[in-house]
Design a protein around this ligand. Sequence first.
Ligand code: AMP
Length: 416
Amino acid sequence: MILTINCGSSSLKYRLYNADLTEVVATGLVARIGEDGAYSKHTAGDKEVFFRGPIADQKAAFDIMAENLMQSEFAVIDGPEAVTAIGHRAVHGGDVFVESTIVDGSVMEQLRACVRFAPLHNPSNIAGIEECRRRFPDVPNVVVFDTAFHQSVPPEAHVYALPYELYADHGIRRYGFHGTSCRYVSQAAADILNRPIEDLAMVVCHLGNGVTLDAVKGGRSVDTSIGFGTFCGVPMGTRSGDFDPAIIFHLVKEMGMPLDEVEALCYERSGLLGVSGVSNDMREVVMRADAGDERCALALNIFIYQIKKTIGAYAAAMDGLDALVFTAGIGENSTEIRSRICEGLGVLGVRIDERTNLLVQDGHPNISAPGASVATLVVPTDEERMIALDTVRLVTESGRMPPPIASQALVHAHDA
Ligand code: AMP
């Protein structure tokens, strides 16, 4: 069986697949670790187990996962030996990791060196790998980086016009995030269109709590909206998106705001929440905007405007556009936001069929209007599956696991 792990600072998500990835055997979430209101949820087939109570730290979260998978009355495996490989999500691979890799001592060292780029995320990712190495001895671990897909972004798009030494000597550049999602979704979109990905120029709109717009040409990421930190690009739930950096000098020098506070402002108090003043949750912002709340309407307008602008820029950067692909919480679920983003993009060849746009959940991923030159698609993202696919591929290639029997199409596993 293949286990995937997504270990954040306050959450642990896991998923257990059968060996050929045709079935999701169990999934789980441990949330609000170390905070009030901690809980866990484990699903295996039609069984669900909830727990609410204190969960002190990541070790306690892994105890819950182990208990759910191996000891509880709903256990799906007898012991750690049943797991043949483990895939981990890592947020930041710096410019060291251009693709997923099998974990060994030197990879762990390089991962630690990347902590300086993602001090909030990478330590939890590393802790997750260490927990797994301890609990599943001799099982190979693979690490899949959110930044790796964007390592193909060319220098003119990833080097900032700052003194060059900052780039060359200190690794200050655009890295991008949500790469695992964008890689999965762009390949799935090519599969849906039944066209080779090498022939396609697409913009992937990963619109969730975090937002990435990604220009994918010939299957390679050629520009991406998030940069060095994770708050730039398009506005997100609580993150600002791009703004004039002179504002930071003004906040610090003229308004006397401590730098830590500026940082928290950019990451935690901006975006939909900052403008609306009420919520980082798009559903609530839309609901209140519809009810006449002007600041919610403004937050929504800014969000849509910045996305449209970036789609136009990426179409220009790629010399054309064949497909526009929506994914993640907002992209997959909001008919209205998809519709508003596409409005006015006719100049690029984007035209959607409003009736099909309403039917996405019923299995109609292609929402383009007949005759539109750009295919507009809605593709559910599945980072876990991408991680599992990389894990199986790398561990099989290394000879540590026999090749699976069933073919591993990208979009196949049934949910638990
Ligand atoms: P994610 O980070 O991918 O889980 O996406 C979370 C975001 O998706 C939140 O802002 C949710 O409000 C938003 N979302 C989920 N469903 C809908 C919906 N039907 N309409 C608008 N936004 C939604």
